[in-house]
Design a protein around this ligand. Sequence first.
Ligand SMILES: [Zn+2]
Length: 244
Amino acid sequence: MIQQVQTLFSKIGNAWLEMVAPRHCSICEQWFETVPHGVSEFICNRCLDSLTPAPYPDALLNDLIKHFPGDTLSISNAYSRYLVSPSEERSILNAIHKLKYQGFSRLGTEFGREVGKTVEFFSRETYTAIVPVPIHHARFRERGYNQAELIADGISSVLTLPVWKDVIKRSRYTKTQTTFSATKRTQNVQGAFAPYKNSNRLYNANILVVDDVLTTGSTVNTIGQFLLEHGARRIDVATVAKAM
Ligand SMILES: [Zn+2]
């Protein structure tokens, strides 16, 4: 019995260690010598070297314009760190999956720092605050954290900006959108957001909206519209990865 309890504790301990100081790469799963510094603590050098940088902001914005023509686009500029190419076997999505569903929360902050450096390099805007894409409280309870908030915290540590987690909330539990078309994605998130405690702060604010992956942009565009309707002046968006 004692032996079994010891084994159980050792298993829990190992799982915990893997999360706080992983010994396996979050992308290729191979054992590697962690470097206690930045994303290198979670992703091996071979995988890091193989990651494709995301397109420049102009190209990201052009892609958004394709999905939201005319004045339906609420976003003025977009920044992303890595590109998810469909052919890639060792994809950044493996690591993002670990961040979202397997408790690798600290990876969120490290990714955020990378995104922060990207925004710092390209953007000439002076932002008032960062607004992470909110998740429904039921999903927060289930997951224990909101990955977009962790990414926002990482960006904040580079750009020294406040993170506003209390201006918008997700009022409806929306379906996972992975297999949806652009139109279906927009329908799925329409009306899913509501003002939160301090939404009055938004007046005249220049906001950087943060999420993990930018796909068609339907979620961030809906949030952008919402923030503009509630007084914000300009919306830019920053994500860890851009998916096609
Ligand atoms: Zn690897």
